[in-house]
Design a binder for this molecule. Structure first.
Ligand SMILES: NC(=O)c1ccc[n+]([C@@H]2O[C@H](COP(=O)([O-])OP(=O)(O)OC[C@H]3O[C@@H](n4cnc5c(N)ncnc54)[C@H](O)[C@@H]3O)[C@@H](O)[C@H]2O)c1
Length: 376
């Protein structure tokens, strides 16, 4: 089978991304080909309820390799991305007698991957983890790089995204694009938002390649996805290899996320993570334009690509109540990148160059919010 292996050489935690159609059905063979033992090992599958059938195929392959399989099935919703879910995984691990040689395998989108990863990082102070992403977003982004965690309720209300967690590198990530056939068109497009983010960070030729394939990708074209997944994932892999703990450059991967996280969980807003990121990319581009960092032409190219892919560039009208800007600013104040109460935004300077900018005036941030339809 044609496959791509992207090594991620993180000191003390080297890992790889294995990309291959059909890999899930022969998961044991793929895992052992990376030198990871399965025989007589206790394995807990943490499964997104919407991919139960896929997971059953993996389980059959693993059982045939003499692994002892247990499983827990979870709902993938942001409100359930909390410590209760992590505790449920810990208890499933206990019930399955997972020991320090045990293995947690996350099978699902980024949400289940983040939960299973955090549970693996903390159970017995850390057991091995494998990520088997089943959404496009998780294949190119969430399942790479070892960020795990849960949402927290903010003081004053609202969900704070991923505010508690740990860095815990998977031993291996296996991306099988055949898993995407059951994913809705809307979820697929949402995953393309992170690919646009990667293309803005990496610059040419990735940005133009994505632009050329935009319509095909939005339709889920197999050949276009097979071109995109290794290309986009390699942008993330390269950055996390250089900066695994986000001491510097890795923060660039937050492009669009400070705005995106603040709008994603607003009441009455039915936005997927990737859709919120798409709107956040427009807001960050507008902010950069207002700051005189980004040329109008490049701002327009970013927003045009988002639109061509069929992603939103503005908040849905139903959400647009007076005073919303204040609520979004309140939520942005809890962003993990902020230092001593000062907002730090990742902004594009050009396609191919992004940077962390501190001390953007509130009035400028409000203009960026107005550009995505938010009334003062
Ligand atoms: N750890 C990281 O570095 C990182 C990076 C980006 C995003 N994230 C997190 O990832 C989450 C978003 O991930 P996501 O976009 O994968 O969404 P998700 O995990 O919420 O999955 C989206 C939906 O698709 C369903 N699903 C998953 N795979 C499917 C398949 N093959 N067929 C049919 N349905 C399927 C899920 O059940 C869910 O309903 C957010 O919580 C975000 O914070 C983490």
């Amino acid at each position: 089978m044609a496959h791509t292996i992207i090594p991620i050489d993180i000191p003390q935690a080297p890992t790889s991304l294995h990309i291959e159609r059909g890999a899930i059905a022969r998961l044991a063979e793929v895992i052992t080909s990376h030198g990871i033992a399965l025989a007589d090992r206790r394995v807990l599958l943490v499964v997104d309820r919407n991919v139960t059938q896929l997971a059953a195929r993996s389980a059959a392959s693993l059982a045939a390799a003499h692994a002892h399989i247990g499983a827990i099935h979870l709902d993938a919703t942001e409100t359930a991305k909390n410590l209760d879910a992590v505790e449920a995984i810990w208890h499933a691990a206990l019930a399955h007698h997972l020991d320090r040689r045990g293995l947690v395998i996350a099978i699902g989108g980024g949400l289940v991957g983040d939960l299973a990863g955090f549970a693996a990082a903390t159970f017995l102070r850390g057991v091995d983890l494998l990520q088997i992403p089943t959404t496009l977003l998780a294949m190119v982004d969430a399942a790479i790089g070892g960020k795990t965690g849960v949402n927290l309720t903010l003081p004053g209300g609202g969900l704070g995204k991923n505010l508690a967690g740990a860095f815990w590198q998977p031993k291996l990530t296996v991306a099988d694009a055949d898993a995407l056939t059951t994913l809705s068109a809307r979820e697929l497009r949402a995953g393309l938002a992170e690919c646009i983010k990667h293309a803005i960070i990496a610059g040419e030729p990735r940005f133009t390649a994505l632009d050329i394939d935009a319509e095909q990708l939005a339709r889920g074209d197999t050949a276009a996805l097979d071109r995109l997944i290794p290309s986009s994932a390699s942008v993330k892999a390269a950055i996390v290899t250089r900066d695994p703990f986000e001491r510097g450059e890795r923060a660039h991967l937050n492009l669009g996320h400070t705005f995106g996280h603040a709008i994603e969980t607003l009441p009455k807003v039915d936005l997927l993570h990737g859709e919120a990121v798409a709107i956040g990319l427009c807001a960050a581009s507008h902010c950069a334009l207002e700051c005189g960092l980004l040329a109008r032409e490049e701002h327009d190219a970013i927003c045009a690509l988002i639109q061509r892919i069929g992603l939103p560039t503005e908040l849905p009208a139903v959400a647009l109540e007076a005073g919303l800007a204040d609520e979004i600013l309140r939520r942005m104040a809890f962003d993990k990148k902020n230092e001593e109460g000062v907002l730090r935004l990742v902004l594009p300077r050009s396609i191919g160059r992004v940077e962390v900018v501190t001390g953007v005036a509130e009035a400028t941030v409000r203009k960026a919010l107005a550009s995505i339809g938010v009334r003062a």
